[in-house]
Design a protein around this ligand. Structure first.
Ligand SMILES: *Cc1c(COP(=O)(O)O)cnc(C)c1O
Length: 239
């Protein structure tokens, strides 16, 4: 077995590729956070990642997140919801998630805010933006994000916006993929210039196992990596 066949080897290799991409972009390697995406993987795999220093995990379903958080309670873990969130699951997200990266519409913001008030909590959120024209991708249209951020700041103070998230087009053409990441960063820069009070836009969550180096070259501060850490998923995923 080569070193790459262990989880430790795979994570080390990802860190190296992150550092290389940062070097190409003239960025510091610690300007990019690695979010391991544990969706569909068993608690044992998460334990293995924890033993390697991982404390924050991405999941795409509220029920799975809740089960895993319960199984691993009391160990200081943080659970990040990255998948499409139905409004009728806002209650679960408000109770169980430490962060939601898939906030993409007003009715969801409203529902989360109402539930968070009940829970007496605030929640870090990223606004998911649609940067490709693929029909299957969720996310808010770029031109709607400014008004959305103003509305959150004014009406939903339990939601603490930290930045933006996107999924790039699923394409073999690296230029098409890169264009999605560039669009998110450009949008972020123009929103930042608006200085919306109470809204931070420091974080750009973009890049997955197949495209994270391009994302880093375009300014990603957080890459969401599943298969490159945990191996192939054995059943199809909703996204
Ligand atoms: C599954 C998923 C990922 C991780 O994808 P991999 O290709 O396994 O790295 C990242 N982001 C989102 C939103 C996902 O649903």
């Amino acid at each position: 077995m080569t070193v790459q066949d262990t989880m430790a080897g795979r994570i080390a290799r990802i860190h190296q590729r992150i550092a290389d991409a940062c070097a190409r972009a003239g960025r510091s390697p610690d300007s990019v956070v690695l979010l391991p995406v544990s969706k569909t993987f068993e608690v044992d795999a998460i334990r293995e990642a924890m033993a390697l220093g991982m404390t924050r995990f991405g999941e795409n379903k509220t029920q799975e997140l809740r089960q895993k958080a319960a199984a691993l309670a009391g160990q200081g873990l943080q659970w990040v919801l990255i998948g499409h969130l139905q409004t009728n699951k806002a209650k679960d997200a408000a109770r169980d998630a430490d962060e939601v990266q898939s906030l993409d519409r007003v009715d969801l913001a409203e529902a989360l805010h109402r539930r968070l008030l009940n829970e007496g909590r605030t929640l870090d959120v990223l606004v998911q933006v649609k940067t490709s024209t693929e029909p299957s991708k969720f996310g808010m249209a770029p031109e709607d994000v400014s008004a959305f951020l103003r509305r959150i700041a004014a009406e939903f103070p339990t939601l603490r916006v930290q930045g933006l998230m996107t999924l790039a087009v699923n394409s073999p053409d690296p230029d098409a993929v890169r264009a999605c990441f560039r669009a998110l960063r450009t949008l972020r820069d123009s929103l930042r210039a608006e200085n919306i009070e109470g809204v931070s836009l420091d974080r750009l969550s973009m890049g997955m196992s197949g495209d994270f180096e391009l994302a880093i070259e375009e300014g990603s501060t957080e890459v969401r990596i599943g298969t490159a850490i945990f191996g192939a998923r054995t059943y199809p995923d909703a996204q």
